[in-house]
Write a protein that binds this ligand. Structure first.
Ligand SMILES: [Zn+2]
Length: 88
């Protein structure tokens, strides 16, 4: 028996299951961010640019530099983890 499960048994019967569930959810979210690393930019809504009121001109979004995509937080964590492992 691992120390984690042993301590969970003392505090409550459901705590170990909740921790396992939280770990699984976090791992699932991380995997989701690895497969789909981008989300639409919040400022331009994924369009990548803003149209002028006349409709004939536009400028690129400053936040995503015209790509309309932003890297998700989970993907940043994943990249950080990969870099720390490489440095060891
Ligand atoms: Zn944008």
């Amino acid at each position: 028996m691992t120390p984690l499960l042993a301590t969970a048994g003392h505090t409550g019967p459901d705590l170990g299951a909740w921790i396992l569930l939280a770990v699984l959810a976090a791992a699932g979210h991380l995997l989701h961010c690895v497969i789909w690393p981008y989300r639409p930019c919040r400022k331009c809504g994924g369009a990548g640019r803003f149209r002028s009121p006349s409709g004939r001109a536009w400028r690129y979004c400053n936040r995503c530099s015209g790509r309309g995509a932003q890297l998700r937080t989970g993907r940043r964590i994943w990249t950080h983890l990969k870099n720390t492992n490489r440095n060891r």
